[in-house]
Design a binder for this molecule. Sequence first.
Ligand code: SAM
Ligand code: SF4
Length: 330
Amino acid sequence: MLDPFGREITYLRVSVTDRCDLRCVYCMAEDMTFLPKAEILTLEELDRLASAFIRLGVRKLRLTGGEPLVRKDVMTLFRSLGRHIAAGALNELTVTTNGSQLARFAPELYAAGVRRINVSLDTLDPAKFAAITRWGRLEKTLDGIFAAKAAGMAIKINAVALKGVNEDEFDRMIAWCGEHGFDLCLIEVMPMGDISQDRLDQYLPLSLVRARLMERWTLADTDYTTGGPARYATVKETGRRIGFITPMTHNFCESCNRVRLTCTGMLYMCLGQDDDADLRAVLRKPGATDTDIEAAIRAAIARKPKGHDFVIDRRRNRPAVGRHMSLTGG
Ligand code: SAM
Ligand code: SF4
């Protein structure tokens, strides 16, 4: 599948639920209203749509959310999607998780074909972890991370850089990741969804973080890429990679190879734009064939926009897009 700007679409991210067992301050308001069940695609429908994308050339599939591992019976979906790995149609099946349920699911994920996972962890300090996630416990996430490691999965830690919250912790996190063999990826806060708090209070440009890190660590730029927006460097002292995702200070759209499907079957061609395609309507039309679904996907890809224009500033201090990251999947 080629989009109008010649970018080949090979990566699909699927948000399997908008619900979560945590309430991270940059992601959700504490009193979130979630979608009614009838609007959410069933696991069979998610499988049918994802399989159509794979037939059309998607080689990498990531399940995310909300928290993907809190969706009831989600392992059924992992197992059924795993058939595409076994058949060689899919190169990678992966997941982004907050880790809270990983201790329970790590062996099953591995058995389904998951070999790499991203775990979100913004701090190694239990009190800060509780403050950032509102409802979480650091120990539970750490148990999950080590269960995933023991199951044989490669782990990347994702940390959102938050001004005045975890900015003094990145040295410690680099050392900790080095010690345990994890890669680390730092992410700038993006203006998505109303979180009943001021975004400007959270925003910390990674250009600043990187400059500070370079006083202590030797960072060697690499052209390593996972096909995603992160720019990677190797930390010479630990031998591990560190990635920087900088939607605010560096626009990464020119190499974008991905589209995102929400748990309601809306396909977003760009994280930062409101343009979407309703695949649920196609899927739920009586007698819908695989050909109908594939045609709808192709038509949507033909509309993929060139890029986003996230801005956080005083004049425009409101979300660039109204939906939360937990709907589209981070
Ligand atoms: N619940 C899972 C987790 O936390 O990993 C998966 C979904 S979560 C929405 C995916 C990623 O998006 C997490 O790493 C999270 O830190 C990040 N995220 C959420 N809201 C964000 C925002 N406004 N700006 C930047 N990253 C955000
Ligand atoms: Fe939940 Fe992930 Fe959002 Fe945190 S970042 S509230 S864990 S969906």
